[in-house]
Design a protein around this ligand. Structure first.
Ligand code: NAD
Length: 416
């Protein structure tokens, strides 16, 4: 992955560009460029070898003007405060664009979770929760899974928080296991939402959906389900990749079989139903729809010109650098930007929060129908704004999202 750019700087620069388009006042610009709260913590963990280890972690709230802060927790060896600040800011725009009543937050720990035993992972999670306890809560900041975390991690966070409060507080996290108040459809929600935006894009671009080919980078929560949902809808998956390598088959790949291979081997690489592909060549694969669903900054000035897809659907957060964005625009590639494309996860997290607050749980059918409604509304609002104001989809999405946050700020005023 990774280019020369600091992802925080890149995210701030993207906001600056939006501010120039919207001509907002300098004070508002200053306000929205910085996070509201940043808490850095040293997470002390009892390891299996009876020694202790220390991992750097943080929780960042970017903005709470439209509601409680909302955002995932990432466990990855490259996590740093700047990256988390960028991802928290993206959450503010994402919730705003989806029209759900949350602000933006993110958290993370610099750790490779695959190197920890289950007990170490639990110790790490519980200690981290303790360290950020004052910051989170169902009415103020609600974590969720992100790269390297899952429903079990959310269950440990919920349990630790609940012990501290003296009663069960399911609303402190979303993405929980179903028996603890998780929502039907949450696990695949980001991918399902992304697919709804792809289907909407095909409609506005007047592209017939039959016989279209797709390439998906990343085969974790987002990429894995995206590949399966697209496959189930009749799209042909021609390339898949993960951290272990990439595979290609122009006749099509069955992602369910790849998932079985992954279970056994720990990577998509080596799957026998496809040939191996150099990961560096991944983005130049010939396909109609390209779905980056791994990490940020993977589409850069170096590889953007090679992208042949008609639609780039950003399942991952911030996968495209601004330089690459310009190349994609010049090449008339229709980009469904991250804050629109991958907002299905936070949308169903919102449903989970609503269901938990009501203590009344919806069917999967209802979750998916409501998700479709919100994703399509957000897509068409963005598309209409882009057409009306002659902006590309990323700038239109950013402009709409920022306008709504600025309006909430104006209405609330500044205390004192
Ligand atoms: P995950 O940990 O489940 O999966 C990540 C995948 O990316 C894995 O298959 C991993 O092997 C692969 N990967 C890592 N480095 C890679 C590399 N250099 N090249 C190719 N593949 C690589 O994470 P996830 O939850 O699927 O999240 C993926 C992206 O989607 C992240 O940017 C995340 O912030 C974003 N996102 C996730 C959600 C969600 O609900 N999980 C919601 C919105 C956005």
């Amino acid at each position: 992955m990774a280019e020369e750019k600091n992802v925080w700087e890149m995210t701030q620069n993207r906001l600056d560009k939006t501010m120039r388009i919207l001509e907002l006042k300098p004070g508002i610009i200053k306000y929205l460029r910085e996070p509201r709260k940043v808490l850095e913590v040293a997470v002390t963990v009892k390891m299996d070898n009876k020694d202790i280890d220390i991992f750097k972690g943080c929780r960042v709230q970017h903005n709470t003007n439209r509601g409680p802060a909302k955002g995932g927790i990432r466990y990855h060896q490259d996590v740093n405060v700047d990256e988390v600040k960028a991802l928290a800011m993206l959450m503010t725009w994402k919730c705003s664009l989806a029209g759900i009543p949350f602000g933006g937050a993110k958290g993370g720990i610099a750790v490779d979770p695959t190197k920890l035993s289950l007990r170490e992972l639990e110790n790490l999670t519980r200690r981290y929760t303790y360290e950020i306890l004052t910051m989170i809560g169902p009415e103020k900041d609600i974590p969720a899974p992100d790269v390297g975390t899952n429903a079990q991690v959310m269950a440990w966070i919920m349990d630790t928080y609940s012990i501290a409060k003296g009663h069960m507080v399911p609303g402190v996290v979303t993405g929980k296991p179903i028996p603890l108040g998780g929502s039907q459809g949450r696990e695949e929600a980001t991918s399902r939402g992304a697919v709804y935006t792809i289907l909407s894009a095909l409609k506005v671009l007047d592209i017939n959906a039959s016989n279209l080919t797709c390439a998906v980078q990343g085969f974790g929560n987002v990429g894995g389900y995206a590949a399966k949902i697209l496959f189930d809808l009749g799209f042909k998956i021609v390339a898949l990749s993960d951290i272990g390598g990439a595979v290609y088959n122009k006749k099509g790949i069955d992602p369910y079989k790849v998932a079985e291979h992954l279970k056994e081997k720990g990577t998509v690489a080596g799957y026998s139903g496809a040939e191996s592909l150099d990961p560096k060549e991944f983005f130049s694969v010939k396909c109609d729809i390209m779905v980056p669903a791994a990490l940020e900054n993977v589409i850069t000035a170096k590889n953007a010109a090679g992208i042949k897809a008609r639609i780039l659907a950003e399942g991952a957060n911030a996968p495209t650098t601004p330089e690459a964005d310009e190349i994609l625009n010049d090449n008339k590639i229709f980009v469904i930007p991250d804050i629109l494309c991958n907002s299905g996860g936070v949308t169903v997290s919102y449903f989970e929060w609503v269901q938990g607050n009501d203590a009344y749980f919806w069917s999967k059918r209802k979750v998916n129908l409501q998700l479709r409604e919100i994703m399509e509304k957000a897509f068409y609002e963005t598309y209409d704004y882009s057409q009306k104001n002659k902006l590309d989809m990323r700038n239109a999405a950013m402009a709409l999202a920022v306008l709504r946050v600025a309006e909430a700020m104006r209405l609330r005023g500044v205390y004192p």
